[in-house]
Design a protein around this ligand. Structure first.
Ligand code: PGA
Length: 272
């Protein structure tokens, strides 16, 4: 039997606005550590409730985290047999078979390699008729609540500070904190960043279904990953600035004690 590598310790830890920030030299080490934390939290939920409800994220940031979870599963250290998952977002409209869909991303990076039951791997559905999109989004929130709520929400952060596809807005903070799961328009910075996957900015699907700010903040624990210098500004503004709807990541300050940031040195560059 192979001996698991110990989870790496951070080079530096900081506290801001009730959040713990764990800083690693590079994103590979950070993803390895994040996988260890993810596995620990899954274990805690299984011991407490006999099941775990996990909020998952997509994008470039968690790819190596998922690779590390798959490796742990293959070594027999981690099982999803008693887990349910809810993804943060999905383009709208999109076929689940489109390689750019988050359904197919999840299949590629995690679902196709672990023992998660197909009827417990949930994503918002990019094929629902538009007239029923709001009803579908509200139903998604009810599924999570009926499952006992999220034990863990995994998040990335956009260069514009978005969490999920909750984009910067002019709404008062109290209204943004209450936003439910819904159909949204993507922000220009999000569309520019997604051109990486779609080939050109004008080919990016401009709308998406996203888990709302309110259900994200209801998670019992939240793990935010951010890597690279192009995330440094969003990280610093989320942690050290005032809470504002213009930087949705700053709204994580409203749930002190529940948020852990796992970042590399470049993304932490603007933190003291
Ligand atoms: P990325 O996206 O991981 O592709 O950088 C993160 C996000 O927009 O939340």
């Amino acid at each position: 039997m192979s001996v698991p590598d110990p989870d790496p310790d951070p080079d530096r830890t900081l506290e801001y606005a009730g959040a713990s920030i764990l800083i690693f030299a590079d994103s590979t080490t950070a993803c390895h550590a994040a996988a260890g934390r993810f596995a620990d939290m899954l274990g805690v939920a299984l011991r407490a409730r006999g099941r775990a409800v996990l909020g998952l994220a997509t994008g470039a940031t968690p790819v190596r985290l998922y690779a590390s979870l798959v490796a742990r599963h293959r070594r027999g250290e981690l099982s999803f047999a008693d887990a349910a998952t809810y993804n943060l977002d999905e383009y709208y409209p999109i076929s689940p078979f489109d390689p750019k869909s988050y359904r197919s991303y999840m299949h590629r990076h995690l679902f196709g390699h672990v023992d998660l039951a197909p009827n417990r791997a949930h994503l918002l559905d990019g094929t629902v008729p538009e007239a029923f999109a709001a009803e579908h989004a509200a139903q998604y929130d009810r599924w999570i609540a009926a499952d006992g709520g999220l034990d863990l929400q995994l998040l990335g952060i956009g260069r514009n500070g978005h969490i999920g596809f909750n984009e910067p807005t002019d709404l008062p903070v109290a209204e943004t904190l209450a936003l439910p799961t819904r159909l949204v328009d993507l922000h220009p910075i999000t569309r520019a960043d997604a051109s990486r996957d779609f080939g050109a900015e004008d080919k990016v699907i401009p709308r998406a279904l996203t888990l709302g700010v309110a259900p994200i903040l209801s998670a019992r624990s939240i793990l935010v990953l951010a890597f690279g210098a192009n995330k440094a500004d969003a990280v610093a503004r989320s942690l050290t600035g005032a809470m504002t709807s213009q930087v949705p990541g700053s709204l994580l300050q409203s749930v002190p004690g529940r948020v852990t940031w796992i970042v590399d040195a470049e993304a932490a560059r603007d933190l003291a």
